[in-house]
Design a protein around this ligand. Structure first.
Ligand code: PA5
Length: 450
């Protein structure tokens, strides 16, 4: 199982202070399992790893195999919770240079993403590279009405229909959406696309273990059963272990709330491999949307070490002491590579020649941890044996469970995101959406001040 070590917070949080959260943690767990807390209509994710049926898994695998069989590229369209989980797992497990490998070197199609931005250049370039590649589309939107993926899907639908004809395009488009409502559901029904359902009781950022994450992950050639089995092991552990010390999700939730109440209002999640960059992005969304409300919440930030030690390192070591650091550490690398010996030794690196890069990276990690703790940055360490499906499944469930407990301890509803609406309403008005005429006039007047 993944390991959690919170010894690095002891300069800031005493054992007694941590223990004072036991009661609140127990109450938060009761609210979750008794479905008595805020947002309790969205607790479906709690049991996803054990509830998903064999039939659904095999439908996902069959669909993924069928798309993969006819595609060099699969474009996943979605934003927020509708793409970050899949991207986190795919990037964590993929060769960093996947995009540069040729078709035969790659075991599965290349997964590209769209609809997570509205950049004209990004989408024009994407359509350009798809002209001479065989591709399919997985379009994901729970509400089915989100602007960014809807625009991307319009563009890609027109492109794929022109390229293959409408009939074949239908075989190359799969929709993941609500079982009954939303524009995407309507469209999928009208066009006859294969569809997968996002359960009503699972919100976007908690949906990676539904077809939202599982279908793209399977299409990328990864083992979704192993992912679910890791998640299930963590589901059982974090449900059955009542003692905070033995329950990593409870312990993490208590530690971060204790730090928050000591003025540590920013949590920086760090990985020491680029493979973890999107795990960090997924985590930022999970914690940011779940906790940042009612004027409260730890700001979730992320860094990619050691690269960011050369950009953020100074600030982290000596800047405002409002941060704590959570490090995802990976014990085993997939490959073995040692630092070569050089007869001239002009760079003076011979003292590490023969050492594995993973050992050098580990010393960077330990050195950074000690320096940051010394500099007043509390440290939480999460250790994975290796980056594989099983460990990632554990990590996903661990973070989800801890997020829900932590949100309840903080006193917010971890399952809504009312603040996300504000920019959307303004954008609709500024774009001239029917029904928004008064608001458009108001906003245009305001804009004159800027
Ligand atoms: O976590 C969330 O609920 C959001 O990030 C959504 O996933 C995101 O806004 C996309 O929504 P939808 O899947 O409805 O297009």
């Amino acid at each position: 199982m993944i390991e959690l070590n919170i010894k690095g917070i002891s300069d800031n949080v005493s054992k007694d202070e941590l223990n004072s959260y036991r009661q609140k943690i127990t109450e938060a767990n009761n609210m979750l399992y008794k479905k008595s807390g805020k947002g309790s209509d969205y607790l479906g994710w709690l049991d996803l790893p054990s509830n998903i049926s064999r039939e659904e898994i095999s439908q996902i695998k069959d669909c993924a195999a069928s798309l993969a069989g006819k595609s060099d590229v699969i474009v996943v369209i979605g934003i927020g919770g509708s793409y970050l989980g899949a991207r986190a797992v795919i990037d964590a497990l993929s060769n960093n240079f996947n995009a540069l490998l040729n078709k035969n070197e790659r075991k599965a199609p290349l997964i590209l993403f769209a609809g997570e931005n509205i950049s004209e250049d990004y989408h024009a370039e994407l359509l350009g590279v798809l002209n001479d590649r065989d591709y399919s589309i997985i379009v994901i939107s729970k509400s089915g009405t989100t602007t960014e993926p809807a625009i991307a899907f319009r563009l890609l639908k027109a492109h794929i229909e022109k390229k293959y004809g409408r009939q074949e395009a239908k075989n190359r488009i799969v929709a993941v959406t609500d079982k009954a409502k939303g524009a995407l559901k309507k469209l999928a029904e009208a066009e006859g696309y294969q569809t997968f359902v996002i359960p009503d009781d699972v919100g976007g950022r908690f949906s990676v273990l539904t077809p939202v994450g599982l279908l793209p992950i399977a299409a990328a050639g990864f083992n979704v059963e192993a992912l679910l089995s890791g998640a299930k092991a963590m589901q059982l552990l974090t449900r059955d272990k009542k003692l905070m010390d033995e329950n990593p999700a409870d312990k993490y939730a208590a530690a971060r709330n204790a730090l928050y109440n000591k003025g540590k209002t920013i949590e920086i999640l760090a990985g020491y491999t680029p493979n973890l960059n999107y795990v960090v992005e997924w985590w930022k969304q999970l914690y940011g949307e779940s906790e940042g409300k009612e004027g409260k919440g730890i700001f979730p930030a992320g860094v990619n070490f050691t690269a960011d030690l050369h950009s953020m390192g100074q600030w982290m070591q000596e800047g405002t002491r409002s941060i704590f650091e959570t490090v995802i550490s990976v014990k085993e690398s997939k490959f073995t590579l040692t630092v070569p010996r050089d007869k001239d030794n002009l760079d003076e690196m011979n003292y590490i020649s023969g050492k594995r890069l993973s050992e050098v990276n580990k010393m960077a990690e330990l050195g950074t941890m000690l320096a940051h703790i010394e500099g007043g940055v509390p440290n939480i360490a999460i250790t994975l044996a290796r980056l594989d499906e099983e460990n990632l499944g554990e990590l996903i469930y661990f973070f989800e469970k801890a997020c829900a407990v932590s949100g309840y301890v903080l006193g917010v509803n971890p399952f809504d995101q009312p603040g996300v609406e504000a920019y959307k309403q303004n954008m609709f008005a500024l774009l001239g959406k029917p029904g928004y005429e008064d608001m458009k006039r108001e906003l245009e007047t305001k804009l004159k001040q800027f």
